[in-house]
Write a protein that binds this ligand. Structure first.
Ligand code: DGY
Length: 328
């Protein structure tokens, strides 16, 4: 395998090692992307891509129509665990392997989620702004909600959800969850809908994958069920939340607060969030440490190298674990 299509700009630490071994076609630099694609389509054997946050703000959908244009395509390697910009079922149906970068970012992302829990419930960023503004001399910062005797509901109890639950247990929180299925080896109470989970918990943490199946599953009714003392934390994808409903719920006091690391549009997020009370907003930094991003890049490249050498890839996405291996 020699020819790789890179639709979006990844970091130089990804491009340089790939370029040393393969021909990398940089679609994002092309003046006329359709003409560029027409020119290279017959040679492309792999796509190396990422969601906007790891691609300098560029968005690109690797959909069935694109796959249909690339007759030799055998691998789509995603930088990042979330691969909602790739039509993985379509790839699997075509015998194209899709890989992502799970596990190496689990703890970093769970740390970010729990940082958001503490900062949102205990209002540390707001109380710091209070100190810096010189307000402390006039009156102490107001009392906040507490983590004591609270239940954390995890929406999506996968690898990252479980790591968040572990942190919650260490802080004395009760844990409950909702997902596609009840997990036989998990003792936490299971709820069969986001609304039922929201009703049963104080802090609802979203850790489920993005994509068409989960779009807006946290809507006005779920927020209503979470209630005026409830908090919403999202470290997954902004697309899971009806953002207009969330902004309205925060203004109305329908819920107590929200901590968000992700937004429906990134990096050009809905600016109405800036004026919303009781929110902690982060620029999608869930996995953004030097060590973790390096581990993600190494895994991305290892998947490409394994595939090119005819070995099994390290981390195929679940859709492709079920599919027939592509012909080499
Ligand atoms: C991912 O890996 O999907 C993250 O959202 C990027 O840090």
């Amino acid at each position: 395998m020699t020819d790789i299509l890179m639709p979006v700009r990844l970091s130089e630490t990804v491009i340089t090692p790939l370029q040393s071994r393969y021909t990398v076609h940089r679609l994002w630099e092309a003046q006329n992307q359709q003409a560029f694609l027409n020119d290279v389509a017959s040679r492309i054997e792999a796509i190396v891509t990422a969601g906007a946050i790891l691609a300098h703000g560029m968005s690109f959908a690797t959909d069935d129509a694109l796959m249909a244009r690339l007759p030799k395509l055998k691998l789509i390697a995603n930088h990042g665990v979330g691969y909602d910009t790739i039509d993985a079922p379509a790839a699997a149906a075509r015998g194209i392997m899709v890989t992502n970068t799970p596990d190496v970012l689990t703890d970093e992302t769970a740390d970010t989620a729990f940082g958001l829990v503490l900062n949102t419930v205990r209002e540390f960023p707001a109380s710091e702004r209070y100190l810096r503004a010189g307000e402390w001399a006039h009156a102490p910062y107001r009392l906040t909600a507490s983590l004591r005797n609270k239940t954390m509901g995890i929406l999506g109890l996968g690898r990252i959800g479980k790591a968040i639950a572990k942190r919650g247990e260490a802080f004395g929180l009760k844990i409950a969850y909702c997902g596609r299925n009840k997990q036989a080896d998990v003792a936490y109470p299971f709820y069969d809908s986001p609304r039922a989970l929201a009703q049963a918990c104080d802090i609802l943490v979203i850790a489920a994958p993005g994509g068409a199946q989960t779009r807006n599953i946290v809507d006005a009714q779920v927020l209503q069920a979470l209630g005026p003392t409830g908090f919403l934390i999202n470290i997954a994808r902004g697309s899971l939340v009806d953002e207009a409903a969330l902004i309205a719920a925060l203004h109305a006091g329908t819920i107590a607060g929200a901590g968000l690391d992700v937004f429906a549009q990134e990096p050009h997020f809905e600016k109405a969030f800036l004026a919303v009370p009781n929110t902690v907003l982060l620029p999608h930094v869930g996995s953004a440490s030097v060590e973790t991003r390096k581990a993600m890049e190494d895994l991305l490249i290892a998947n490409v190298d394994a595939f090119a050498a005819g070995r099994a890839v390290l981390t195929p996405v679940p859709e492709c674990q079920l599919a027939r291996p592509p012909a080499q």
